[in-house]
Ligand binder design. Structure first.
Ligand SMILES: [Zn+2]
Length: 319
C-alpha cells in the first residue's frame, strides 16, 4: 500500500469544547465526520497525523497579545470558579462561550493547521484536512466571535509566510458566512490573497465593501444555487488565483452553504463542494506543488456536513 498523500488531523481535545445544550457548533459535528470517513473507507486512505498544541508565539502571528491573554485569563478564572461550584460556561460573545476545555481545544485546532502546514511544506503529504473545532474564520485579530476564538487558517497562513519565507499564500473561504476575521488579519498584506463567497446580507453583516486589494469577496443573495456558485468560482476566483500564483493554499472549509443546512440559505450540495475542491486543487497542482491545508469551519446539519466533508476529502486524496 502506498503512503497516503492526504493528512488527516483531529484530536480528542476538540470534542471537549462545547458551548452549552442545543448549541449548533457541537462536538457531534466531529463524530458525524469521523463516522462517515470510517464507514466509507475514506479514513483508511488518509495519513492520520499527530496534533500538537499551538505555541502562543504562533497564535500571536495573527492575534493581538491582549486577545490571547484575555482568553487565557477567562479560561483560568472559569476553571477556578467552576471548581468552587460556579457555572460551567463563560460567555465571550452573544453566541460564543467557553467551557473548561475551550482554551486547550483552540490551541489544538490552531496546532492542527500549523502541523499540517509543516508536513505539507516538508513534502511528507501533499495536502491535509483538519477536522477541528472551535472553527476560526470569524476570529479577528482582537476578538472572539461567531463560535471562533483563534483564526486557525489565518494563523497558519501567517506562519507559512514567516517560517518558510513564502512569497504568496492564498486563502479560499466557501463557508456560507463571510470570513471577517481572516479578512481583518490578512487585509493589506500583499503576500496573501483571500477569495471568498458568502451569503449577503447575513451574519456577520460585512464584506460587501471592497476592504483591500488583496481581498476578493463575492457576496451572493440567499437562494443562490450551486451552479451559480460554480460560475462565480470559474469566472471570478480562478482568474485571480491564476494570476496570483499562490505557493500554498489554505481553505476555510465551511459546509453550511449546503441546501439542507438551515444555518444559511444557499443551495450547494456535496457535488458542488467536490467541484470547488477540484478547482482549488487544480490551481494548487499548477502553482503550489499541490500544497493545500484545509480546515473545518461551519456546517451544522450532521448528514450533509458528513457527506460534504467526505466529498471534499475524496477530491483532496484522489479517491
Ligand atoms: Zn459559517
Amino acid at each position: 500500500m502506498t503512503v497516503s498523500k492526504t493528512g488527516y488531523y483531529t484530536h480528542r481535545d476538540c470534542w471537549k469544547h462545547e458551548m452549552g445544550p442545543g448549541h449548533p457548533e457541537c462536538p457531534a459535528r466531529l463524530d458525524a465526520i469521523e463516522d462517515r470517513l470510517l464507514v466509507t473507507g475514506v479514513a483508511d486512505a488518509l495519513q492520520h497525523c499527530e496534533v500538537p498544541l499551538a505555541s502562543l508565539a504562533d497564535i500571536e502571528l495573527a492575534h493581538d497579545r491582549m486577545h490571547v491573554a484575555a482568553l487565557r485569563g477567562l479560561s483560568d478564572r472559569l476553571i477556578e470558579e467552576e471548581a468552587a461550584g460556579g457555572p460551567p460556561y463563560v460567555q465571550v460573545d452573544t453566541d460564543t462561550s467557553m467551557n473548561r476545555h475551550t482554551w486547550t481545544a483552540a490551541l489544538r485546532a490552531a496546532g492542527a493547521a500549523l502541523a499540517a502546514t509543516d508536513a505539507v511544506m516538508a513534502g511528507e503529504i501533499e495536502n491535509a484536512f483538519c477536522s477541528v473545532r472551535p472553527p476560526g474564520h470569524h476570529a479577528t485579530r482582537t476578538k472572539a466571535m461567531g463560535f471562533c476564538f483563534f483564526n486557525n487558517v489565518a494563523i497558519a497562513a501567517k506562519y507559512a509566510l514567516q517560517r518558510y519565507n513564502l512569497k504568496r499564500v492564498a486563502v479560499v473561504d466557501f463557508d456560507v458566512h463571510h470570513g471577517n476575521g481572516t479578512e481583518d488579519i490578512l487585509a493589506g498584506d500583499p503576500r496573501a490573497l483571500m477569495v471568498s463567497i458568502f451569503q449577503h446580507p447575513f451574519y456577520p453583516y460585512c464584506g460587501d465593501q471592497e476592504p483591500a486589494s488583496n481581498m476578493l469577496n463575492v457576496p451572493v443573495p440567499a437562494y443562490t444555487k450551486g451552479m451559480e456558485v460554480r460560475d462565480i468560482v470559474d469566472m471570478v476566483w480562478m482568474p485571480r488565483l491564476e494570476s496570483f500564483k499562490p505557493e500554498m493554499i489554505f481553505v476555510s472549509a465551511g459546509f453550511d452553504a449546503h441546501r439542507e443546512d438551515d444555518m444559511g440559505q444557499l443551495s450547494l450540495n456535496e457535488q458542488d463542494y467536490a467541484w470547488i475542491t477540484m478547482r482549488v486543487k487544480d490551481v494548487a497542482r499548477r502553482f503550489a506543488r499541490g500544497r493545500i491545508v484545509s480546515c473545518l469551519e461551519g456546517g451544522y446539519m450532521m448528514g450533509p456536513l458528513a457527506r460534504s466533508v467526505e466529498a471534499h476529502v475524496r477530491v483532496l486524496a484522489d479517491l
